[in-house]
Design a protein around this ligand. Structure first.
Ligand SMILES: C[S@@+](CC[C@H](N)C(=O)[O-])C[C@H]1O[C@@H](n2cnc3c(N)ncnc32)[C@H](O)[C@@H]1O
Length: 372
């Protein structure tokens, strides 16, 4: 019997799940490349706390298979031999757990010899117990090795902010977490699930969510983001909205990190899946090819750079760093998509540029003082 939901052991994969998986796999490709070659970390963890049955109704792969394949099939995997990768997949429901075991055993059997530096653990626990067990196993004075924690529940239970905070406290830990916006939106002022929501947010401020026409949605989204930043001490957070087939915001995926480059890589992954960089996916538009273009409108970024750097001459790298850390855009959108049109429009110039419209490292960019 499945716990806490009405779905069968293996269910149909919704369109937005595919998008979630695409973001996950794109990002992990970059994450594996960084840690696979890192001289600082000899072991890393990938924790999938709500792993599911390992596959969907039409045999499409679930997150455990996708994350493992992202490493096994990584083009640079042969060079990752000095890093030990430990995957922990946890599924509470016994039938889904059995399915997960079978799926993973098949995957491992199909890849012999199995790489010595990939360990796969499969757990059948409530996520809260699993997380506490992991934390209890860390000797005092130590922290968890760098961990990418994928926390993907169906709802809002069993993901208290205090537990997440402890789990991802290491500087190099990152979090990719599902936020059940729909439930909070419906029940924030109802009072019947307050203990779960108070734990989810580590705050009871959700009770102050205003009515819909006074910014309810932004309030709830921003409160969760603020709490992740404050409680878990994350420097960078970006979120991706999932819109349901009825046109309502169903959920958000929040990505949290303390590393500038990781933030940049995740923004690249999210942009690649969102039309025009809106950081959202609408189930109603599933299947339309146009969704998968990178049609970034950099107009707002051009205006922001003109404002921020007005009256200064700065190296192009400083502009890229600013874009990564302070805007929703990523590094790949700076030179050709933003600076080039700015130069063509006479909004910037360069004292040392070799060819107009190109901005190799070392190019200095001059931003005029803005008039009133
Ligand atoms: C959204 S599904 C996971 C999907 C999977 N991550 C994927 O992308 O393929 C959530 C899963 O969490 C399981 N689950 C529910 N409550 C749980 C808990 N407290 N601890 C661990 N797993 C739980 C459910 O049985 C379900 O299989």
């Amino acid at each position: 019997m499945a716990k806490g939901d009405s779905l069968p052991t293996v269910w149909e994969r919704p369109a937005h799940t595919m998008v979630k998986h695409d973001i996950l796999v794109r990002y992990l490709g970059a994450w594996f490349a960084i840690f696979g070659r890192s001289p600082y970390h000899s072991s890393v963890n990938i924790l999938d706390g709500f792993a599911g049955p390992g596959q969907y109704a039409n045999n499409e792969p679930g997150s455990p298979v996708l994350t493992l394949r992202a490493l096994l099939d990584h083009q640079a995997f042969a060079g990752f031999g000095d890093t030990q990768f430990t995957f922990a997949f946890n599924e509470w429901d016994s039938e889904r757990f059995a399915s997960l075991q079978t799926v993973l055993a098949e995957l491992q059997a199909s890849r012999t010899p199995w790489p010595k530096n990939i360990e796969v653990k499969v757990e059948n626990q409530n996520f809260q117990e699993l997380a506490r067990g992991i934390l209890d196993s860390i000797p005092s004075g130590h922290q968890l090795a760098p961990t990418f924690a994928f926390i993907d529940p169906f709802g809002y239970k069993d993901v208290p902010m205090s537990l997440i905070r402890d789990l991802v406290s290491h500087q190099s830990c990152e979090l990719f977490i599902y936020f059940d916006f729909n439930s909070v939106n419906r029940f924030a002022n109802a009072g019947n699930v307050d203990p779960h929501f108070t734990a989810l947010f580590a705050s009871d401020e959700y009770k102050n969510a205003p009515p819909k026409d006074q910014g309810r949605a932004e309030f709830i989204h921003d409160l969760y983001e603020r709490q992740l930043r404050k409680e878990c001490n994350f420097a960078h957070i970006c979120s991706f909205k999932m819109v349901t087939s009825t046109g309502h915001t169903g959920s958000y995926l929040f990505f949290c990190t303390r590393n500038d480059q990781a933030y940049n890589k995740m923004k690249q992954a999210m942009w690649a899946l969102a039309p025009g960089g809106g950081y959202e996916f609408d189930d109603r538009l599933a299947g339309l090819q146009v969704l998968f273009g990178d049609e970034a409108n950099t107009g707002p970024l051009q205006d922001e750079l003109a404002q921020h750097f007005a009256g200064r001459t700065v190296p192009v790298q400083e502009i890229i760093d600013y874009v990564i850390t302070e805007t929703p855009f990523h590094s790949g959108q700076v030179k050709v998509k933003t600076l080039k049109p700015m130069q063509a429009a006479g909004r910037i110039s360069s004292p040392n540029q070799k060819r107009k419209g190109t901005f190799p490292d070392g190019t200095r960019i001059e931003f005029p003082i803005l008039g009133d």
